[in-house]
Design a protein around this ligand. Structure first.
Ligand code: AMP
Length: 216
């Protein structure tokens, strides 16, 4: 299965992508995680990426596409779940070309739709582990010990781009760029809309049932 997940920041793309990967044995390619890993390297492109991410703006398409291309080539035979990529029409078109040249087109695109007030609440409680990048939520997905990562014991932090002003920019940017992308995948008959306002479990049940159906 070769899937892409779309949805605004806070829609639960990372959480649902991780569930899909675990259930179906697929590699998880998160554009945000790949960029954050690049950002930690003290390279010129790492510094460039830092400026974009910390202010909530999109990383330029050429840079993003080249990072994803090198990852995709190495996993394409196993199938994959893309999380956070594509985010612009130009990225979607490049992805189609890339996958066509690898004779491995997308199986489907899952669009996680969430009401704005639900998004705001999710962001307020989101915490991440600075070491392994695991994501938690103080109410919805708390760690076993308050403020501490279950996996490595590191103190959890608020991501700089989860600060309220930056979140606003990220959500606005998302809505501005997403319509042509939805249209593109709807026309290609690849888009599947999921109401992602509910709990992690409710959303996961809907996704799992659909994927089992199309995998039959
Ligand atoms: P995320 O963890 O998916 O919310 O991504 C965090 C940040 O990484 C975004 O706010 C953007 O600055 C950047 N980013 C992630 N994916 C992309 C993408 N496909 N295109 C451009 N920038 C991206």
């Amino acid at each position: 299965m070769r899937l892409a997940l779309l949805g605004p920041p806070g829609a639960g793309k990372g959480t649902q992508a991780a569930r899909i990967c675990e259930a179906f044995g697929l590699p998880h390619l998160s554009s945000g995680d790949l960029l954050r890993a690049e950002k930690l390297k003290n390279t010129p492109s790492g510094k460039r990426i830092r400026d974009y991410i910390d202010s909530g703006r999109f990383v330029p398409d050429d840079l993003m596409i080249s990072i994803m291309r090198s990852k995709l080539v190495s996993v394409v035979r196993q199938g994959f779940v893309l999380d956070g990529f594509p985010r612009t029409l130009s990225q979607a078109e490049s992805l189609t070309e890339m996958l066509a040249s690898l004779e491995s087109p997308l199986t489907g695109v899952i669009n996680l739709a969430v009401a704005p007030e639900v998004l705001t609440r999710r962001f307020e409680g989101r915490r991440v582990c600075p070491v392994c990048l695991s994501v938690y939520h103080v109410d919805l997905m708390p760690p076993q010990r308050e403020g501490i990562c279950d996996h490595d014991g590191a103190a959890l932090v608020i991501r700089p781009d989860d600060m309220p002003a930056v979140v606003r920019t990220r959500i606005e940017t998302y809505h501005y760029t997403i319509s042509p992308l939805l249209e593109y995948y709807r026309k290609a008959r690849l888009l599947w809309d999921v109401d992602a306002s509910g709990s992690v479990e409710t959303v996961w049940s809907a996704i799992e049932a659909h994927l089992l159906e199309i995998g039959r």
